[in-house]
Design a protein around this ligand. Structure first.
Ligand code: ADP
Length: 167
């Protein structure tokens, strides 16, 4: 059977990108021909990095992975996916707690736009990693070496220095 080209979109906040996200990206690209990481630009509380900074950080990390690219988007994920002619949405699962919310989201996206969501499960070692906790631990000066890439750690360090100087 001829292979159909499959393009996936991996939407999220990625504030900041973690080793868990990268794990999902590396697993995901094995399933698809093209993977677009889509950083949501919708305003969120307690933002650490601007969408533009998040895109820059991710771009540095995925530049050597063929087929993977990153950009930011506004508005509905399904509309963005349609604009990109994506076949599927990729999401990561860490635990059973993720399943309930992700299930609801995937069903809604399918109901409103007919698009399927494909899930990959993260490695056990990243099962507890979340951007929210990373932001909290980082602000308190905790050691995050195993959870985020070094380039992201450096950015956080710079950001916290700037915050300290500004206040
Ligand atoms: P959102 O705000 O849309 O949940 P996130 O950036 O927090 O955006 O997450 C994007 C996707 O990555 C979600 O599917 C989330 O479940 C998944 N994800 C987040 N952290 C991890 C992790 N440590 N392992 C696997 N998947 C993860």
């Amino acid at each position: 059977m001829a292979h159909k080209f499959v393009r996936a979109v991996f939407p999220g906040s990625f504030d900041p990108i973690t080793n868990g996200h990268l794990d999902v990206i590396n697993r995901g690209i094995k399933l698809f021909d093209e993977l677009i990481i889509a950083v949501g630009r919708s305003p969120v509380k307690n933002q650490l990095f601007t969408p533009r900074e998040r895109v820059e950080m991710i771009a540095e990390l995925v530049t050597d992975i063929p087929g993977v690219s990153v950009e930011s988007f506004d508005g509905l994920t399904v509309e963005y996916a349609a604009k990109k002619k994506a076949d599927v949405i990729l999401r990561g699962l860490r635990s059973l707690t993720d399943v309930q919310y992700e299930f609801q989201l995937a069903m809604t996206n399918r109901a409103v736009a007919g698009i399927e969501t494909i899930f990959v499960m993260t490695s056990e070692q990243y099962g507890f990693t979340s951007s929210t906790l990373i932001r909290e631990v980082a602000t308190l000066g905790g050691d995050l070496s195993n959870l985020i890439p070094e380039s992201v750690r450096n950015r956080i360090r710079q950001r916290l220095k700037k915050v300290a100087l500004d206040s």
